[in-house]
Design a protein around this ligand. Structure first.
Ligand code: T1G
Length: 673
């Protein structure tokens, strides 16, 4: 029974049990409707408590039902039914009351929650909006400013804050939620009039709306859903509930059939699918990982170490020189202090994290580590030497990982007598911030090692994707053709600013040249200022290494605000002349065809070679590692929208060799899944 109905004296209790997160699917909605009808029909019942079994109150509508024939009662009908009840309905909240779950709660007449519960309306992260009255009831309950934060940004708030905001009536003891909800129901059972949120008055607050829009303009750039949620909240302050909820419904229907929501829902499931390893049973025994070792206390090593320290895991970090070790430790401490200064960590939490860190110059200290991650200079000989030493020092069964971003994992593994214990853990800089982790599977990586790495990624709150061994794995391998073409476009008549603008208008956080200036124009440079073979060499030779030098492809002021550089224009002009490259007016569309289409082409090759398990994994890599706009779903999802045939035509127009898998999709009308 999806919704169990129990009687506790003269209080009826409906307990939904739809694991794993109690989505409000058809069976749950029907069960709740039955409970409301039973409450109404039975004169001996004074009130109804709605609760959930398992780990959480309703986590929202069942997204997998979208696009299927609707089954009544629809969620908006259910929430209105709850509120219209002539007897009080009390929501007993634990876990995360999200989306439709939050809407069921605020349609109820009263709400009691355990202190560590969260409430939120994350629909906007799916390209939607709360479509069951949430945009109309939340502002009436908590005010326009709080409602905008919840519905337009989609982040949940804790029950304590929700109570202060007027969303929750009472906090319950974590172990006695149901008992306290039943007692609460008894207390309020005879109070009239019933507190129906939709009947509360709400005055317009244009200043709050304008301030919110200004503060979030950059965050909402390119997205459709946030503006729609704001319009609904404004509507709630201008009209009565019936008109407002009708407007909400209209906005919801527009969004749910739009490309952006399809893209964002695609990524929601893609992120979860990425965690699965085809061909390895979920039941594979994982290796116990308690102690972490990190070799290298530089930018990457320090960031990597922080992921584990923040997850409460002890880390021994090794360097070759005391000054480097001290610098690395100080950087970790500084990062935590900066987080604490923003109020996102307490001083005690910083101290606890730092107490788990053991800096050392002696690699033998890693002997009892369960996982050791090498994060040193990108040089094969250096890495092979380190892995030879780790092989000699580390206990049997320890997992040895490299953070290499493009070197051949199999060659590194071959430096040990235990290649089956070697795996790639490719973090993205800054490693303690970026969500993406490419888990590189070597030819000999054991199944349990790979499964252990994927499970550990979840523990340190990373989004992990399995990648095969190839140059650049998944993300950087697709980045390369984009960067190569961007440089060619400069020689043919485009400017850095034009190429970057096309990418930013597309929805990327920055374009190829802005990215080069951020990462460092000198990354991968041969460091010989007399050897100037291309535009990049010329910039690097003049120490135009990017933002860190105040000049790269752009000039930067003291606030690192970029402006087109006359010097760079001269360098480009000089190379156009030296190479005799024919010039032409480069159009924005040509930039899309020559920088984004080749990424899809490379993605098709990666899939065909089995270096990614599925197309949606590639989308996850680019959405979480490179800022691909979620409302475009990722390169392969976007390819389905753009159309494989159109992409093939564009690639052929510019002389690219088309990947056979992409051509096949174009010829068969197939899609990447
Ligand atoms: N619909 C369908 N499946 C869902 C789901 C949902 N809303 N939420 C989770 N799942 C699946 C998920 O795919 C995974 O499946 C399993 O449950 C465990 O999820 C009208 C229209 C609640 C914080 O956006 O944020 O209400 O991979 O791995 O890490 O206004 O799930 O096991 O096969 O994420 O513990 C609004 C989405 C919906 C919340 C739990 N609600 N979910 O995190 O588990 S739209 C949301 C989450 C809506 C109304 C509108 C998280 C979680 P599988 P998980 P978790």
């Amino acid at each position: 029974m999806t919704v169990q109905i129990e009687r506790h004296g003269d209080i009826l209790v409906a307990i939904a049990d739809n694991p794993p997160v109690n989505t409000l699917n058809a069976a749950v909605r029907l069960g709740l409707k039955a409970a409301i009808e039973q409450t109404a029909a039975d004169d001996t019942i004074r009130a109804l408590v709605i609760a959930c079994a398992g780990k959480t109150f309703f986590a929202g509508a069942d997204i997998t039902e979208f696009g299927k024939p609707p089954v009544e009662p629809l969620l908006p009908q259910l929430t209105d039914l709850i509120e219209a009840s002539d007897k009080p309905v009390i929501a007993a909240i634990h876990g995360t009351a999200l989306g439709g779950g939050c809407e069921v709660a605020i349609a109820s007449h009263y709400r009691i929650a355990v202190a560590d519960a969260k409430l939120g309306t994350p629909e906007v992260k799916l390209g939607l909006l709360p479509g069951a009255g949430g945009t109309q009831r939340l502002p009436r309950l908590a005010g326009i400013a709080t409602a905008l934060e919840l519905v337009a940004k989609g982040d949940p708030i804790g029950a304590v804050r929700a109570k202060a905001a007027g969303i929750i009536d009472r906090l319950a003891d974590g172990n006695r939620l149901l008992d306290e909800a039943i007692a609460f129901a008894g207390e309020v059972a005879d109070i009239r009039p019933l507190p129906r949120t939709s009947e509360r008055p709400l005055s317009p607050d244009p200043d709050a709306v304008a301030a919110f829009e200004r503060a979030n303009a950059r965050r909402f750039r390119g997205y459709e859903a946030p503006a729609a949620t704001i319009a609904c909240v404004v509507k709630a302050s201008e009209t009565a509930y019936p008109e407002g909820v009708q407007f909400e419904r209209e906005q919801f229907m527009k969004l749910i059939f739009g490309v952006q929501s399809a893209a964002q829902r695609h990524l929601f499931f893609a992120e979860r699918k990425a965690g699965r390893i085809d061909g390895i049973a979920d039941s594979v025994a994982l290796r116990p990982i308690a102690k972490i070792g990190v070799v290298g206390a530089g930018t990457m090593g320090g960031g990597i170490a922080m992921n584990f320290l923040s997850a409460g895991m002890p880390v021994t970090i090794v360097e070759t020189r005391q000054d480097a070790l001290d610098r690395g430790t100080a950087t970790i401490r500084g990062n935590y202090d900066a987080t604490a200064a923003k109020g996102r960590m307490t001083g005690d939490q910083v101290a606890a994290a730092m107490a788990l860190l053991t800096p050392t110059l002696d690699i033998v200290a890693l002997a009892d580590c369960d996982l050791v991650i090498e994060a040193v200079y990108e040089d094969m000989a250096v890495k092979q030497d380190i892995f030879r030493r780790l092989d000699a020092v580390c206990k049997p069964g320890a997992i040895l990982a490299t953070n290499t971003s493009y070197l051949d994992l199999d060659v590194i593994a071959a430096a040990t007598a235990r290649p089956q214990d070697v795996v790639g853990l490719h973090f993205f800089s800054p490693a303690n911030v970026m969500k993406l982790l490419e888990v590189v599977r070597g030819a000999k990586t054991a199944d349990d090692v790979l499964a252990t790495a994927m499970a550990l990624a979840k523990k340190i709150r990373k989004v992990a994707v399995v990648a095969g061994v190839c140059d650049g794995f998944i993300g950087n391998r697709m980045l390369m053709p984009r960067q190569i073409e961007a440089m060619k476009l400069l020689l043919e008549g485009a400017t850095p600013d034009q190429v970057d603008r096309v990418h930013v208008d597309f929805g990327m956080p920055m374009g190829p040249f802005q990215m080069a200036d951020l990462a460092g124009v000198d990354i991968g440079w041969h460091r010989d200022p007399t050897r100037i073979e291309n535009i990049r060499d010329a910039l690097a030779a003049e120490e135009r290494w990017g933002q860190k030098k105040g000049a790269g492809f752009y000039d930067y002021d003291a606030n690192r605000t970029p402006s087109p550089s006359p010097r760079v224009a001269e360098i480009i002009a000089d190379f156009r002349e030296r190479t005799g490259t024919p010039q032409h007016d480069v159009t924005d569309q040509e930039i899309v065809e020559r920088t984004l289409y080749p990424m899809v082409n490379e993605g098709a090759r990666i899939l065909a070679e089995g270096k990614a398990q599925r197309a949606s994994d590639i989308d996850v890599v680019w959405a979480y590692g490179y800022g691909w706009p979620p409302y475009r779903g990722g390169p392969m999802f976007w390819a389905n929208i753009e159309g494989a045939a159109k992409i093939v035509a564009g690639l052929e127009k510019h002389g690219f060799a088309v990947a056979p898998l992409l051509r096949e999709k174009a010829e068969t009308g197939g899609r990447f899944n």
